[in-house]
Design a protein around this ligand. Structure first.
Ligand SMILES: [Zn+2]
Length: 827
């Protein structure tokens, strides 16, 4: 037994993957895992059979310790494993490698994640192989185009249930045997193991199941019917659209703790973040989000799992496709027929903002030559922009051609790999005609074109993202205010100036028909403020606020005007997603940029309170407005009364989520002590409460609180991924930044070594969450830019730092144009 060297694993290069793919074929994995210790580490024994040409390559292996390795029965010196790789020199013919290793359980949401539920001390395990973590579970050739069947054998504590990609049975207590899978890519091989609470069902011959931690059992039971109904409706619709049966046997949906992403599409065993099992009352928007996530992962079973990108540079296609179909199918066949309005509120800005960053990239062909660099492009561009572009393509081609091409693609590359060129070839064969101009304009050119309404000119002014690229034309609608009614008018925009009818106010692209940065014009906003309200139609309201958010992002509207508009529209808002999107944006961005933040927050608070009181008691609309009222509350006395259940508006439930929102706001206002947080946690010591407590603790206005938070940033003290995000937000919350400001220099000096403390997904989250944005300091922007220019940053750190610095520069531009806040801290 030997401990491998501690140097970080190397990221796979495209050239290495191409060489290895050309050498290796006929792979078959047999994996034995012994999870019975359920602490720190597990045993992993992998037998890999394959045929090979003569040549050199390597096996991926990220072990804590290696007991033995054999190649074709001969011992291999385990010390040859370096930086996560075992070099192999192969002769032509059939081979067998056996690796007997001890692997570390991880606690960062990657590899085999082990966590202990704070509610009852029960341990739970799940696998997350995406995108390069499979070798920390089993030895493998880790790249998407070396697909293979897997046969798993798992030993586990006798009270555990183990679920994998293929159906499994418990042969005897604690001994789990699984059928061989269909050919799978390493990145979606998984395992879910623990004393889960399970629910079983069946639909159209497909065994369905759900699982969650036992402490969530009553909540999973309460949500099961909704989840299973959505799943069944989506299965029917995907079968209709694709005409290809779901081929992976069972369909299990596991809700797992501390999961980084929303969900992961592992064939037959999808993993979801378990805050999606609702333990408190939620808005309709949160239910739509969950339904579209369920549908998104189901779409991947076909597009991504049956046919998989050859390399990471085409992974956008998986996500864009799943995002588009997830929204579409949810809107068309489930009770959540307003999924596109949800998309307008919650997803579009994510994509537009990403597409305006200095780090923007084309949707397709990101040019990623190594796996880690590609991970950085899993952003709003790959999801929201890609989805919007595919929706445009679907409108243009029609369903017959669109799905005709997709079906041919999935049939031709069944259980194999393909590229974007393969799919576009299939579309062209299905009758799409030459798609080159479309591909060049929308998929290979980065950045959005900008559209701005000029009321004086009665025209839309088009500014292309890239003046040298072939021009893109836009088909879209505008909503025009004419007297008391809004009407939609279709326009074609391909020139610098496109005339539009005269209107008192105008909203650009409310139906999200094109991908464009539409900036609200201040004259239209003034009209709406003067009239005392916005449009009634939900899609137009969402479009209006997309125009407004984009305008503030570009310093084309003043924060004061934004607050004025919010104050007149919030009291008549009809969609709770509006609150879900606008509450963090208004309180986190617009309010701190106004010259009088306290006054702005107070006016918003009154507007939210008005909606809390006018909404139907107990409605989700009331809940959304209440969340806004809490986030903008300035009077601790009101919050303390609410917390004790006094003076609560009729219909409001003081559940865990509402209680912790109140506590968190009290911490930001410096109106609660650490003991108060601990007392609240003791009442219900759940994971969710633990995360909330961590965020609130970091928000406290004391040197001790900031030192406590900083020890989590530096890794001196452990914290879970969810806690780290909450702590970073708390670090810079509130208007008194004096206790946090001493850490600015340390942030920049430590960031260069942060990748040795945090890794993967969590590393990016930590860089972003702890970035000192709140001080609105040009000096901080210069510090960040100096570091970025110095060149030797980890790729993840660099990307997040570039984006955070851009956000800071944009906020400084707003302050410069419209005036700096008159209160708050400065350097
Ligand atoms: Zn996805």
């Amino acid at each position: 037994m030997a401990s491998p060297d501690t140097a970080p694993a190397l990221a796979l290069q495209l050239s290495e993957a191409v060489t290895r793919r050309s050498l290796i074929d006929g792979l078959d994995y047999d994996v034995h895992l012994d999870l019975r210790r359920a602490a720190a580490s597990f045993d992993s024994r992998t037998r890999i059979r394959f045929t090979s040409g003569a040549g050199s390559t390597f096996l991926d292996l990220k072990a804590e310790a290696i007991k033995a390795i054999t190649l074709d029965g001969d011992d291999v010196d385990v010390d040859r494993v370096r930086q996560g790789r075992l070099p192999l020199t192969l002769t032509a013919g059939e081979h067998e490698i056996v690796v007997d290793a001890v692997m570390a359980f991880r606690n960062d949401g990657e590899g085999l994640h082990l966590s202990v539920d704070p509610a009852d001390r029960r341990p739970y395990v799940y696998g997350m192989s995406f995108m390069d973590a499979a070798p920390s579970i089993f030895a493998c050739f880790d790249q998407p185009d070396l697909k293979a069947p897997y046969t798993f054998h798992v030993l586990a504590p006798t009270d555990w249930t183990v679920i994998g990609n293929a159906p499994g049975t418990q042969a005897e207590p604690g001994v789990w045997e699984f059928e061989s899978t269909q050919p799978l890519s390493t990145y979606f091989v998984t395992l879910v193991a623990g004393p889960w609470h399970m629910i079983h069902d069946e639909h159209d011959g497909i065994p369905l199941s759900l699982s969650a931690r036992r402490s969530l059992a009553p909540y999973l039971d309460a949500d099961a019917e909704e989840l299973l109904t959505v799943t069944k409706q989506c299965f029917d619709e995907f079968h209709r659209l694709f005409g290809i049966r779901y081929p992976f046997g069972n369909y299990h949906q596991a809700f797992v703790p501390e999961f980084n992403a929303g969900a992961m599409e592992n064939p037959g065993c999808v993993t979801f973040r378990d805050p999606l099992i609702f333990t408190s009352k939620v808005t309709r928007g949160e239910r739509i989000q969950r339904a579209t996530t369920v549908a998104h992962e189901m779409a991947h079973q076909w597009f991504g799992n049956i046919t998989t990108p050859r390399w990471w540079d085409d992974l956008w296609l998986n996500e864009s496709f799943a995002e588009y179909l997830g929204n579409r199918v949810t809107a068309e066949v489930t009770e959540f027929d307003d999924a596109w309005i949800h998309n307008a509120w919650t997803r579009r800005q994510w994509g537009l903002v990403a597409d305006q960053r200095p780090s923007t990239h084309p949707v397709a062909g990101n040019g990623a030559t190594d796996a880690l660099a590609a991970l950085q492009d899993f952003d709003g561009i790959s999801y929201a922009k890609g989805s919007s572009v595919l929706r445009q393509l679907n409108t243009r081609l029609g369903d017959d051609v669109f799905f005709g091409g997709v079906i041919e693609h999935l049939t031709r590359h069944r259980f194999g790999n393909a590229t974007m060129a393969d799919l576009f070839g299939a579309w062209e064969r299905a009758g799409a005609g030459d798609l080159t101009p479309f591909t060049e304009g929308w998929l290979r050119t980065a950045g959005p074109d900008t559209l701005q309404h000029d009321a004086a000119l009665r025209a839309l002014i088009l500014t292309p993202a890239d003046a040298d690229a072939p021009p893109r034309s836009h088909t879209l609608s505008v909503a025009l205010l004419d007297g008391d009614t809004w009407r939609h008018e279709s326009v074609e925009v391909s020139e610098a100036e496109t005339p539009v009818p005269a209107a008192e106010a105008l909203v650009v692209d409310p139906d999200e028909q094109t991908w464009v940065l539409a900036l609200a014009d201040p004259a239209s906003i003034d009209v709406l403020i003067g009239r005392g309200g916005g449009p009634n139609e939900p899609q137009v309201r969402a479009g209006l606020w997309n125009n407004v958010r984009s305008a503030l992002h570009n310093a084309e509207v003043s924060p004061a005007q934004v607050i004025d508009l919010a104050v007149v529209t919030l009291p008549t808002e009809q969609v709770d997603d509006a609150f879900r999107s606008l509450v963090p944006w208004l309180s986190g961005k617009a309010v701190p940029l106004t010259q009088e933040p306290d006054d702005a927050a107070a006016r918003l608070h009154e507007a939210f309170r008005e909606r809390v009181d006018s909404a139907e008691p107990g409605s989700t609309l009331q809940l959304g407005a209440l969340q806004g009222a809490i986030a903008t509350a300035g009077d601790p006395a009101v919050l303390h009364r609410w917390r004790q259940g006094q003076d609560l508006p009729d219909g409001v439930q003081l559940d865990l989520a509402v209680r912790w929102r109140i506590i968190n706001r009290l911490a930001v206002l410096d109106a609660i002590a650490l003991a108060g947080l601990d007392a609240e946690f003791a009442k219900d010591p759940s994971t969710q409460a633990g995360v909330s407590r961590a965020g609130a603790r970091a928000s406290l206005h004391t040197d001790q609180a900031k030192a406590w938070a900083w020890a989590r940033f530096t890794g001196a003290e452990p914290a879970t991924n969810y806690e780290l995000a909450a702590i970073g937000a708390g670090m810079w919350a509130g208007s008194d930044l004096s206790h946090a400001l001493p850490y600015v220099d340390d942030y920049f000096s430590r960031i260069t070594e942060l990748q040795s403390v945090h890794s993967g997904w969590v590393l990016g989250e930590v860089v972003e969450a702890f970035f000192p944005l709140a001080p609105l300091s040009a000096q901080i922007a210069e510090q960040a830019e100096g570091l970025i220019a110095s060149g030797d940053l980890d790729v993840t750190v660099r990307r997040r730092l570039v984006d955070a610095t851009d956000e800071l520069r944009r906020r400084l531009a707003v302050v410069e144009k419209y005036g700096a806040p008159r209160v708050g801290a400065s350097l």
